[in-house]
Design a binder for this molecule. Structure first.
Ligand code: HH2
Length: 292
């Protein structure tokens, strides 16, 4: 087990998100085509009920996404369409939960700008600021928290194996993430606003994702909070036998708990109750052993 150094909070728009225990980031996809929950929470009423349930189950923050990156046939949408999906849900969730940190999953500066103006705190960019040159400046100006996730390629192919070619995956992903961090800092994003994510399943075959999960301590050593998104992913199905996307909760728990022990602090999940309970239990055990 790898000892985890105490972590200062993650700062998003003046709000300090505590990382002295695992932070659960509940997923709210308002897309017709996301791989596990597509089409279920598109209408603002259904999305709000979903958000209420996640809060009741102990989520610390909610990540709202209006564009899918699903492995097979993700369709890139226009900024207008993404905003039409995200803004009503963001407004409803913000009105219901004025103090809940809200993140928006987008690669587009225009979507970031409009959703930050509407009350979002964090921009979760699965391209790590690669796909829109304005993204860094927009986030810096708003003082947004940012998640820089590793991926290669475009929205349409980043979750496929199109760009999954590595000689040595861990140092290559680390180097590409360092370049994302440098670009964000050059654009004026504060260091304490940045979190990093190795991008499980993005431009990575399962063996690549497993290698990255096995080397998470190296990602934590970058000095930024590490975000992990394994929830219900294909990799989990492959290694734990959950063929159906909605039947991968145990595998997700196992991977999250081990990621926590290796230094990850933020967990992007569909199944909030299971994540909250398992991560809190693991955290208590790690603390008792002096590792947390
Ligand atoms: N995974 C997905 C989307 N956004 N963001 C971060 N930071 N890390 C991740 O691992 C991550 C992410 C893909 O999952 P999901 O949102 O459930 O599906 P879809 O892309 O089909 O909407």
């Amino acid at each position: 087990m790898i000892a985890a150094a105490p972590r200062p909070p993650w700062i998003a728009r003046g709000r300090a998100l505590r990382l002295d225990r695992p932070l659960v980031l509940g997923i709210l996809n308002v897309t017709p085509d996301s791989f596990s929950d597509g089409g279920r929470f598109e209408a603002p009423g259904a999305a709000l009920r979903r958000a209420e349930r996640m809060v009741a189950e102990g989520t610390d923050a909610i990540d709202i996404g209006g564009e899918s990156t699903r492995p097979q046939g993700a369709v890139a949408v226009s900024a207008r369409e993404e905003l039409d999906r995200v803004l009503p849900v963001l407004a409803a969730v913000r009105a219901r939960f004025p103090d809940l940190p809200l993140s928006v999953d987008t690669v587009k500066a225009e979507v970031a700008e409009r959703t930050l103006a509407a009350g979002a705190d964090i921009i979760n960019d699965v391209s790590g600021f690669r796909l829109d040159a304005r993204m860094g400046a927009v986030c810096a100006r708003a003082g947004a928290g940012v998640i820089l996730m590793h991926s290669r390629g475009t929205v349409s192919d980043m979750a496929s194996y199109e760009h999954a070619h590595y000689t040595d995956v861990v140092p290559e992903v680390l180097a590409e993430l360092r370049a994302c961090i440098a670009a964000a800092e050059r654009a004026g994003v504060a260091r304490d606003a940045i979190a990093v994510d190795p991008g499980i399943g993005f431009s990575k075959r399962s063996e690549h994702s497993l290698a990255v999960l096995g080397a998470l301590a190296e990602f934590a050593a970058l000095g930024f909070p590490v975000v992990i998104g394994v929830s219900r992913k294909r990799l989990i199905g492959e290694v734990s036998g959950g063929g159906d996307v909605n039947d991968r909760v145990e595998g997700t728990i196992a991977a999250n708990v081990l990621a926590l022990a290796a230094g990850a602090r933020v967990f992007r999940v569909h199944d909030v109750r299971a994540a909250r309970r398992s991560l809190d239990a693991a955290w208590a055990v790690l603390g008792a052993g002096g590792a947390a």
